[in-house]
Structures are given as C-alpha cells and as structure tokens.
Design a binder for this molecule. Structure first.
Ligand code: NOJ
Length: 562
C-alpha cells in the first residue's frame, strides 16, 4: 500500500531533453545523451523524472507549442530512443512523468491548419472561433508585456481564434467530446511507452469553458475525473500532476473531495510565501499558506518546488510583500518578468550563499508534499540575463569545465551555457563537484538519501510547533506512530530557539539529529533548546528509533489509512 502511492514519497527531477546532454554533437540535447546520464540521476537519488515537452514543435514556446502529440521531435531522437529511455529509467527504479500540453496546440499542428482552411473540416470545432473580435479580447493575457490579446484574426479562416497564451498557440476547444477523446488517446499512447503520469500544463484553462460569450471563467472539474478514471483503467499507478496556480480554497475542486480527480498539484501558494519568508525571515505568511493548503484527500499530494522553468510568479503576494521579494532577489528591472515575477535561477538569487541554498533546499525537502527539483539546481547553476524572457534560466546543464560545459561538442549550442562570472561552467559543474565531498552536489545527494527515509513527510499530518523565535519555523510530522520535527532559522542571526513537543510523543524528551551528531535532550520542563546558526536547519526524529535513526516499527498497512 505505502509504495503503491509512489508519488507520495517520490523525489521528482525536472529537465528538458534539449538542454540536458547532447550525444550526437549537433548542439541540441537528445534522448541518447539523457540515457547516458541516467546513472548520474540515479546516484543523485531522484526517483522520478518530469520531462518537459519533447514532441515535434516549431519551438516558439520551448516545446509548449506541440505540432504532433504522437511523436518525438527529430532533434531529440526517435520514438525508439524514447522507449530506450523509459526502459533505462525502469531498470533504475526511476518513474517518468511527461508534460501533457493539451490546452492548446501549435498553430502549425495539422488540426489547426485544417480547421482554419476549411469551415466544414471536422477540426474546425476543435478550436475556439468568433466572427468578430470579442470586447474582452485584451483580458486574461498570461504574458503581459509580451502578449497583447487573447483573440487573433486568422485571414484564412475569416475569423478570430482564442489563445490563452501566445498567438501561435490556439486553444483547443476542450469541451468538444472529440477533443476530450483525443486527450485520452494521447495519454494512453504514452502510458503504453512506459510513462507513469503527466504534468498537466495549464490545468485550469484546460477545464475552463471557452468562447466569445464566456464572461467569467467556468471550470468543468468533472473532466478531471474522466481523465483520472481513464488512467486508472489503463494503468492503476499512473498520475496527473496539475499545474494550477489557483487560490487555496479551489484546490479541493482539483483533488476532488473524495480524491477522485488529480493526484497531485503544484503548491504555488506555498512557493510564493516560501520566497517571501526567505527574503524577509517572516515565517507567518508561509505558515498561513501551509495551513490554507493543508486540506487534501488522503491520496492527494502537493508538488513542492523552489524554481521551475517559468518565472517565479509572485502574483498572489500583496504588493509590499512582492516588492520585498523583488528587493531581495530580483531588484533590477531586467531580472523581473510579466509584471509579477522573477526570471532568475535560485543560486544567484541567493548570492550563491551556501548557507541560504541549503536552507532553501532543506525547506523544499521538508515542507508538506513531494519535492520537485529543477535540473542544475543541485550544483547551484546560474542564469544568463542577456537571454530573452524565461530562456535566461533554461541554459544547458553544466557537466564539466570543458568547452560548452561538456554539454555538447558543437560550437552552436541550442542555448549558450553560462560561461561568465561566478556561475560559469568553468566554476560550477558536475565534474568538479562530484570529486569534492563538501560540494553542494554531494550535500544534495546526502539530504535526498535522508529525505527518502522520512515517509512521515510525504504521508503524515503536519503541525506547526510554536517556537521562541518568529523567524524560526518548526514543523512536525506524525505518521503511524512515528514522528519527525524539522527546524529552520530563516534569519541571518544565529541564536537559541526553544520549543516544547506535546506529551503524546514517543520519547518526546530526546530528538535524534538525522544529519549530524548533535542530538537534543529536553530540559527539565520538557523544552528543547537548540542553538541554530544563521540560516541553520535541523532534521530530528522524535524518539522511538534504533541507532541509525530508523523508526523501530512500521505499523502495518491498512487500506485507506493515511
Ligand atoms: C505553462 C508552462 O509552464 C509554460 O512554460 C508555458 O509557456 C505555458 N504553460 C503555455 O504552455
């Protein structure tokens, strides 16, 4: 039972084939290159890979403009290479999730081409049309500053088509049963080739009613149930991880009250407030976000992340909060994007400060949910702000100090590796860090190993432990008679922190430090007193363990038990 819900205790690693490793020397990453790096990923300790889009595409939105859902872009290899890849992952116990981009297609997709050319084509109704330009065409653009409208006229069709994102990404009419059937077919296809699930791109837009007459978005949540049911029939352990940046109250509509919709969602609310906490050492809004996103069905799970391939979206913070994050992590205009976020990589945002990087990673690994790492963050890669929009944080993986960071033999890489400053591949690369026992890479490997031994975090109930310092966040997890408490000092000021764990604990007076030797014995009144360094963190198991810090007994599986 515990392991059947594999995503509850997974460590996900997100990467783009295009920028990970180039095997054939054409400057573009490919599946053969990625296959050659699977041992590296297994060694790092991740248990699932989330692949960004790799299907044939004109690549005007980094592959999020799909031109054929049933193929592999020839730049990356063939379907045969893809199956070699999923097989290689399976051999190493690594699951594969792929992006499912079905809110829209590329305008080059044959469906759209037929739809625009022929009003009688069955594909006409696969898209969303209007004879005239809707009055609200300027509302709801996703990329303000770059995108001006959500309705664009197509001369061939003699009509306007709806596009939530860029104009080369016409929205599919997802209310059309034929489109829904096609979405299931796409999922079925990739399941057959070895994937364990899908990151559903732009989930709220996929399930929204679309059309010129729609004034306020109405979501058809039951579509999510249809997708889930299909997956369960085809492959019982397959999941959907929804990209849905929605308000906390709406989460349950995505999970479903009985857990009958998506299995996972990214926790955008915690993400934004986590960055606010890192910027200001004020933990209160983060605690509020954690509590607001606490309700979820027993089978539901959050995806916890720091940075991803998009901008760090701070749109849900208050104006002063957002400004505080901008001031701390992206003060220059060029570092900000779409009037709401920061387009930088994590390490430069934190000035490459190892203490803050460990703190951020430690938080990502111990906040409620399943951690989702971004490639390159395990070595502290930086960005190239000379590249446009989000591309600045999508540069090639830095494998070594060789030419092109060891990513390719070609002189014309798909994007230039970062080759300047403190984050250039000459200084920041896998090859040198794997030889250095104290490197960030080896630190990451060690904490991932320990994180995998803490099923309490993925499965358990969390509670906030009151501490004597407002800048120290202490979170406790309880699960099947075992418990852990993780403590993080968000501030630059070292100091003593005191807290008391409830009497119901197993041996509450003794905390075993899981990452080093300084265990904690409670004082006479039952309080623990921990001396935390600036940005210090501790992972403790609360009593009841053997000398290795393992819990002594795992309570037997019982169906339906959390
Ligand atoms: C969300 C993806 O994360 C982003 O990169 C993309 O541009 C949009 N969806 C459109 O597909």
């Amino acid at each position: 039972m515990i392991n059947d819900l594999w995503y509850k205790t997974a460590i996900v690693y997100c990467l783009s084939v295009a920028t990970f490793m180039d095997a054939d020397g054409d400057g573009i990453g490919d599946f053969q290159g990625l296959i050659g790096r699977l041992d590296y990923l297994q060694g790092l300790g991740i248990t699932a890979i989330w692949l960004m889009p790799f299907q044939p595409s004109p690549h005007r939105d980094d592959g999020y403009d799909v031109a054929d859902y049933y193929g592999v872009d020839p730049r990356y290899g063939t379907l045969g290479d893809f199956v070699e890849f999923t097989h290689g992952c399976k051999q190493r116990g690594i699951r594969v999730l792929i992006d499912l981009v079905v809110n829209h297609t590329s305008d080059q997709h044959p469906w759209f081409q037929q739809a625009r050319q022929d009003p009688a084509s069955p594909y006409r109704d696969w898209y969303v049309w209007s004879k005239t330009k809707p009055a609200n065409a300027a509302d709801g653009v996703v990329f303000p500053g770059v995108q001006k409208t959500t309705w664009t006229r197509d001369a061939k069709a003699g009509a306007y088509y709806f596009h939530r994102f860029y104009d080369f990404q016409p929205d599919l009419n997802t209310s059309n049963p034929a489109v829904q059937a096609e979405i299931l077919k796409i999922m079925g296809f990739w399941l057959q080739l070895g994937v364990s699930g899908f990151r559903m791109d732009a989930a709220p837009f996929v399930i929204a009613a679309k059309g010129a007459a729609i004034k306020k978005p109405v979501e058809h949540y039951e579509m999510l149930r249809t997708f889930r049911e299909f997956l369960q029939w085809r492959q019982g352990d397959a999941i959907i991880l929804a990209e849905a940046n929605v308000l906390p109250g709406e989460d349950m509509r995505y999970f479903g009250d009985t857990g009958d919709r998506v299995q996972m969602m990214f926790n955008f609310d915690v993400n934004q407030n986590l960055f606010y906490a890192l910027a200001t050492a004020d933990t209160k809004p983060l605690i509020t976000a954690m509590k607001a996103t606490e309700p979820r069905p027993a089978t539901g799970q959050w995806g916890l992340f720091l940075r991803n391939h998009d901008e760090l979206d701070l749109g849900r913070l208050t104006k002063p909060q957002r400004q505080a994050v901008f001031d701390a992590f992206g003060p220059e205009r060029n570092m900000q994007l779409y009037d709401r976020g920061i387009r930088r990589r994590l390490a430069p945002m934190l000035d490459g400060d190892r203490r803050r990087l460990e703190l951020a990673y430690s938080l990502m690994l111990t906040l409620p949910g399943t951690p989702v790492l971004r490639y390159g963050d395990e070595i502290g890669m930086g960005e190239d702000l000379a590249l446009p929009e989000r591309n600045c944080a999508r540069t090639p993986m830095q494998w070594s100090s060789e030419k092109m960071g060891g990513f390719t033999q070609s002189d014309k890489p798909v994007l230039p590796p970062v080759s300047f400053g403190a984050f250039g591949f000459q200084h920041v690369n896998v090859s040198s860090q794997r030889r250095d026992p104290n490197s960030f890479l080896n630190w990451t490997e060690r904490v991932l190993r320990m994180r995998k031994e803490l099923p309490e975090i993925g499965w358990g109930q969390f509670s906030i432990v009151k501490t004597s310092q407002a800048s120290v966040l202490a979170v406790r997890y309880d699960w099947r008679g075992a418990a852990v408490v993780v403590v993080h000092n968000l501030s630059a000021i070292p100091g003593e922190v005191r807290f008391k764990l409830g009497l119901q604990d197993p041996e509450p007076g003794f905390l075993v430090n899981l990452l080093s030797d300084d265990h904690s014995k409670a004082e006479a009144g039952g309080k623990h007193c921990i001396l935390l360094e600036a940005y210090g963190y501790r992972w403790f198991r609360i009593g009841g363990m053997d000398q290795l810090g393992h819990q002594k007994a795992i309570v037997q599986d019982r169906p339906g038990r959390r």
